[in-house]
Design a protein around this ligand. Sequence first.
Ligand code: CA
Ligand code: CA
Length: 237
Amino acid sequence: MRVIVTVGSLWICACALAAELHPIVEVESGYFFGATTGGKWIKAAPAGKSVTSGTTYRIYSLTEQLEETKGSKPAALEDVCPDTLSVSLSAKPKGGVIAVAAPWNALLRKSRVADATQQIYIDAVRDFLKGRGIKEPKVKIKRALRVDLDGDGEDEVLLSATNYFGAEDEEVPSSSPPGSYSVVLLRRVVNGKLKAQVVAGEIHPDAKHFDAPNYYDVTAVLDLDGDGKLEVIVHSG
Ligand SMILES: [Ca+2]
Ligand SMILES: [Ca+2]
């Protein structure tokens, strides 16, 4: 499973460019992730040179394929960050999160929202946090998604859990309180046992001052490279 985080990059390959590129763009910000070609991943900088203006993208929400739209050539937003490339999309349908220019259906299998208050999920998050040094975790699961990531017929579960001990709609604080965290966990069967592993996130057993902690959540679950397995796209900020 490959994790894509919208801030920073986890691209593993800056391979030589082949003919057909399948660029990936975050709809809201226009952030250009990079592209895939023949199942390989190309970083934004080399991929951006080959993506042309007028490329047709399919737009996806977490659970739906929305309309198609055209995109501009990826360009640097100089005033923000010269290393970050951005694509201007001609339409941004409501709920759209990721745009992919590819002939395959990236929403191969849909995620289903599960009841996040289930004890098995709470226990899974608690055990995970204890294992990462939080002695008495205060578990707060924002969302549980069931989806078969690898296509073996068995559902995996993605748990988004965040607790910075603020009010429900409060922004993430500037300093991390002790025992705070924001994580996306993947719960799946490994060697016959259910295990929770971290997809992305941060855990703060001890207080940290002005460390600017982040919030992590799943924005989309899509097959971005066309190999039949779903990638998890995590937004952090
Ligand atoms: Ca599976
Ligand atoms: Ca894939």
